[in-house]
Every structure is written in C-alpha cells, then in structure tokens.
Write a protein that binds this ligand. Structure first.
Ligand SMILES: [Zn+2]
Length: 344
C-alpha cells in the first residue's frame, strides 16, 4: 500500500466512523427502550455464514469491486452488521427463520415477515449512515449528484419507516401478507450468501416496476426480498413480496414461469446486477473466472448518477431494459452446481 492510499483509507475511515456514530439512534428502533450500548445485529444469520466460511473468513463483494478504501475480507462477526436494536429484540425477533431446520422447509408467513423485518433494519441503517455521509459531502460540494441523491435518501428513509409499521402490524396481528414468489432448494452448497430487500426498476419485458429515480413526492417505494442461504447439506434460494405491492405481480409471474435451471441462472445475475452486498466463500470452483466476469459487469454498469441530465436519462433507459435483454449464458451461473462448494 502506498502512503497516499493509507492516508486516504484513514480519512475515509474516520468520516465513515463519524457518520455511523451520528446515524445511531439512542433508542431501540423496535421496542423504543433507551440504549447505551447497541448490539451487533447480523443481516445474514451467522449460522448461514458459517457454512461457507473458511477458517472463519469470508469475502465481501468488495473483493470484486476492488474499492481500495474498503477492506475486502471480513470475519464472520463483522459481516453485514447493523446497530439499531437492543440485545433482547435482536435475540427474539428473528428466531423462527434463524433456524436451519426451518430454513430447509417451505417458509411460513411468520418467517417471511421476520426476514422482511431484518431486511428493513439493514436498509434503514444504511440510509441513516448515507444521509450523514452526504450531509458531510454537501459542506464541500453542491453537485446535481449530491443534491438529487440526498433528496432520494430522505424519501427512502420516510418510506422505510412506514414499511416498518406495516410489518410490525403483521407480526402483531399474526396476519401475514407476504407471499413466496419462488422457493428453490438444491442439494449442493452455493458459495454465496445473500439477504436483502431489492427495489426492481424494470421487468423481463422492459416495463417499469418501481420508478427508483423519482424524487418528486412519490407515494412510496416498494421492495421485494431475496435470500440465498447456503446450509450444511443444501441451499435455499427464496424470493418473496408483500401481496399488497401489486407492482411486483407481473415480475413474480415471470420468475415463476421459468424452469428451475433458467431461474437460478437469472437470479444469480439479478443479485449481482442489483446489489453489492453479497458475501462469498474464499474458495470455490472457477472462482477466478467468476470474479473476472463480475468485475467486467460492474465496470460496464457505471453509476448513472452522472453530471448531466442527458446522460442520466440515457442511463435510466438502459437500466429499464436490463432484464429484457438478459440471456441465460451471459453471466456465470453462480447458483448452479458448477460453482458449488464441496459438502463436508
Ligand atoms: Zn428493543
């Protein structure tokens, strides 16, 4: 590492630490109890991560992105952590789904609600930190990118909190409105773990699902959920959504209509296209090849938050048609047996 990089890493690290501290609420986001010390909540359950960890270590997607400011490999304990809950809530809220026997069976409505709740905490945590980061950035620079992105961040925050109320209501009334889109259980161990809420822009026909770029006073942003859970002797890939969010109906139908092999290929691409937060094993077949392919994809898919309005519009159009032009062989099929880890 060069001295410049060490210095840049230090500076970025301290801005990030400051933002994380400022973003931390002083009460548990679920029960409202005042907290002095927050516990580390893990988005992807540790019992899932353990299945793909090698000597306790995992790769963060950054190993592919090669962002020099961030650390690429992480221990199980630090991966995908958020700080919003008191210990008691963290220990009790997710029990049904954080159980390998339950995960191997078709999930109940309650399990889906627990996953959705955890997803929400993750994304609320992220936005709260990002809002702080952009507040700091705004002191130095006022660009189209920063102003526009911060407006979206604040709308997101509002929407995520109203979503939290919706899930809370479901858990309290035990009337679960989540519905599986797809549930695939395969008899091998995929080398990647993932759990995140996803906002999908365009469907397989290039039709709009949710306008993620709308910064007018939109009604509310809706998300579907996706999980990839490698377990001890199998893996489970789940997608689901809230039935009330009818904007996803057609996309759900498109996913259900694929046969399993095609669907697994698509979902592997979908996940890497739409997110950067997957966690990978440090060793699996064709790993180098896979990383090279993913790196190419990330480079091709530059951020559309550009300086000019024209480029922005052009990028939007391109993203809308992303899945319409997907072909089964255009991206390494990371969720198929070819990339599976050895079962112990
Ligand atoms: Zn609590």
């Amino acid at each position: 590492m060069t001295p410049e990089l060490i210095e840049a890493r230090k500076q970025f690290g301290s801005i990030l630490t400051r933002s994380k501290r400022a973003a931390r609420p002083d009460r548990c986001l679920w029960c409202g109890k005042k907290i002095t010390r927050f516990c580390d909540s893990h988005t992807i359950p540790q019992m899932v991560l353990r299945n793909i960890a090698i000597d306790g270590k995992l790769d963060y997607a950054n190993v592919i992105l090669e962002n020099p400011l961030l650390k690429a490999d992480q221990g199980i304990a630090e991966a995908d952590v958020f700080h919003l809950l008191c210990r008691e809530c963290d220990n009790t809220l997710f029990q049904d789904y954080e159980n390998p026997d339950n995960l191997k069976r078709l999930p109940t409505g309650r399990m889906l609600a627990q996953i959705a709740l955890k997803d929400l905490f993750l994304i609320i945590n992220k936005r709260l930190i990002e809002i702080q980061l952009f507040n700091q950035a705004k002191e130095h620079e006022q660009s189209f990118f920063i102003t526009h992105k911060q407006e979206i961040n604040l709308l997101d925050k509002r929407d995520f909190f109203s979503e939290l109320d919706r899930v809370r209501n479901m858990l309290e009334t035990e009337d679960y409105n989540f519905e599986l889109i797809t549930w695939d259980k395969v008899d091998y161990k995929v080398p990647v773990a993932f759990q995140e809420p996803l906002t999908v822009y365009g469907d397989m026909n290039g039709d709009l699902i949710v306008d993620i770029y709308d910064n007018t006073d939109r009604t509310s942003i809706k998300q579907m959920h996706m999980c990839v859970f490698p377990l001890d002797d199998c893996s489970v890939i789940v997608t689901f959504y809230n039935k009330a969010d009818t904007e996803y109906d057609r996309f759900a139908e498109q996913l259900r209509n694929m046969d399993q092999e095609k669907r697994l290929k698509f979902l592997g691409y979908f996940m890497f296209f739409i997110s950067e937060d997957m966690i990978l094993a440090k060793k699996f077949p064709h790993r180098t090849y896979f990383y090279n392919q993913v790196r190419g994809m990330f480079m091709d898919q530059y951020d559309i938050w550009t300086e000019t309005k024209e480029e922005f519009e052009w990028g939007k159009q391109r993203n809308l048609n992303r899945f319409k032009y997907w072909k089964a062989d255009m991206f390494p099929a990371i969720l198929t047996k070819k990339y599976a880890m050895k079962l112990e």
